[in-house]
Design a protein around this ligand. Structure first.
Ligand code: AIR
Length: 449
């Protein structure tokens, strides 16, 4: 069987007499470090690698392509598709001696029937398929959240019996909510894909046609008049421990997250606690293990006091938590590894008054690293994280974290650094030193060089 956390080796003298957790020559593989198998080779798997390295945990990542983001930094990265049963079985146990301790994911597009079978045959799968289905299917998610009493926008599943019936139900919902609503595909969408704001049922005619062809069912939600978007991030381990990070504000552009401000400015302690409680209720109610991101709308309640409605769930590290890499005691990537291995969770307190994360969405540059000389010179305090991905318009290619005491300044600099990486140079940028960075004296010769 796999090396479970229970069978982790205690420190013991190695043959050289030193204390070591390393596998001694000839030791049974089960006494080696835990191996976390991850399905998906994008940036989220890539960002697990530094945390795994620090904790001495091995990562084995199923990548779509040998050049994918995670394959560039993880040495054990077999190539295969997330829907390919043989590839996932081989990821878990390439041979009898190298069984993974646990299987986890960096996206939700995985076959649930296989996961159930793996669990029945003794492989821990975290989060489990009974939880994951709520992040894969928005209708299942809305039904369950409604049962749990979690506040959600008004919603309805759209019948898939025929395009006419579906369109009629959508027209009735539009009338009920007053003209505009959001139609979503129940499965397969992310980052603004599979989501459309409509004011007439004709605007998604081709989606209804796709449903008739066997495509995923549709649902409709009221278009919430939100004041801003928030995200509550928690981690839960199988033995029940849950930890929540401070609630953040996420700024979206064209349906894609462009910035995250941690903690959410001006959020009352009450609403921060409410949002964390909702995320904890969801994690416990859905039996989520690992990191759970709960995206929320902040809306004015009946008496004008701000309150929240749940928008989406993600059961994996999430874009709204990238700030934790540089702005919290424990990053979401380390916490996810701890949680899926059922290790004690780390502290979630912020390490700075403010951290702002700015995404690099697409770039005019041929190669992002070409901007490093400029961006690192102009923003020595910035934590730049590039994902090694091919450049496409709007694609998440990297992010920048900046922390500090002055929110306006922190935000301005994170956004400006991300702009440089997108190949857009704000005028006069290089002339501006960071206000909190001591200017370095340069000699005349150095200045000329
Ligand atoms: N991802 C997963 N769900 C949502 C997002 N953004 C991350 C994962 C996945 C990658 O984005 O890391 O592998 C896919 O990015 P792209 O740009 O290829 O679509």
């Amino acid at each position: 069987m796999s090396a479970t956390v229970d069978s982790l080796p205690a420190d013991r003298p190695s043959s050289s007499g030193e204390l070591s957790g390393a596998v001694s020559p000839g030791a049974a593989p089960s006494s080696g470090p835990p191996v976390v198998a991850v399905v998906g080779g994008g940036q989220l798997a890539r960002m697990m690698a530094p945390a795994a390295g620090e904790l001495g945990i091995r990562l084995r990542v199923l990548v779509e392509d040998p050049a994918s983001s995670a394959a560039q930094v993880v040495t054990d990265a077999p190539v295969g598709a997330a829907w390919d049963e043989a590839a996932i079985r081989s990821l878990i146990a390439p041979d009898a001696d190298r069984a993974a301790s646990v299987l986890t994911f960096e996206h939700e597009h995985v076959p649930n029937a296989l996961l159930t079978d793996l669990i029945e045959h003794g492989t821990p799968v975290r989060p489990g398929p009974h939880a994951l289905v709520q992040a894969q299917d928005k209708i299942v998610m809305r039904q369950r959240l409604t049962e749990l009493g979690v506040p959600c926008p008004r919603w309805a599943p759209l019948p898939s019996s025929s395009p006419q019936e579906g369109q009629a139900a959508l027209a009735a919902f539009l009338q009920e909510v007053g003209g505009e609503a959001v139609v979503k595909t129940s499965r397969g969408g992310y980052d603004g894909k599979g989501v459309r704001v409509v004011s007439s049922a004709d605007e998604v005619a081709e989606w209804f046609a796709a449903v008739a062809d066997g495509g995923p069912q549709l649902l409709v939600e009221e278009k919430v008049p939100f004041t801003r978007e928030l995200a509550a991030l928690v981690a839960r381990r199988p033995s029940g421990e849950v930890r929540a990070w401070p609630v953040v504000e996420s700024v979206q552009r064209d349906g894609v997250c462009s910035e995250v401000i941690a903690p959410a400015p001006g959020l009352s302690a009450e609403l921060d606690a409410t949002a964390r409680e909702i995320a904890t209720t969801v994690a416990e109610g859905l039996d989520v293990t690992g990191v759970l991101a709960v995206e929320m709308f902040e809306v004015a309640g009946p008496d004008g006091t701000p309150t929240v409605l749940v928008n989406e769930l993600a059961m994996r590290p999430h874009n709204s938590g990238h700030w934790t890499i540089d702005g919290a005691v424990t990053s979401q990537f380390e916490q996810h590894l701890r949680a899926v291995l059922d290790l004690p969770l780390g502290a979630t307190e912020p390490t700075a008054a403010w951290t702002v994360m700015a995404n690099v969405l697409g770039s005019k540059l041929g190669e992002l690293t070409d901007a490093l000389p400029d961006v690192l010179a102009a923003f020595p305090e910035a934590r730049v994280n590039l994902y090694g991905k091919g450049i496409r318009p709007g694609r998440k290619l990297g992010h920048v974290n900046v922390s500090g005491d002055d929110l306006d300044e922190v935000r301005r600099r994170a956004v400006a650094a991300a702009a440089l990486l997108r190949g857009e140079a704000p005028a006069g940028l290089r002339a501006e030193p960071a206000p909190w960075v001591e200017p370095v004296e340069t000699t005349e010769e150095e200045a000329k060089a």
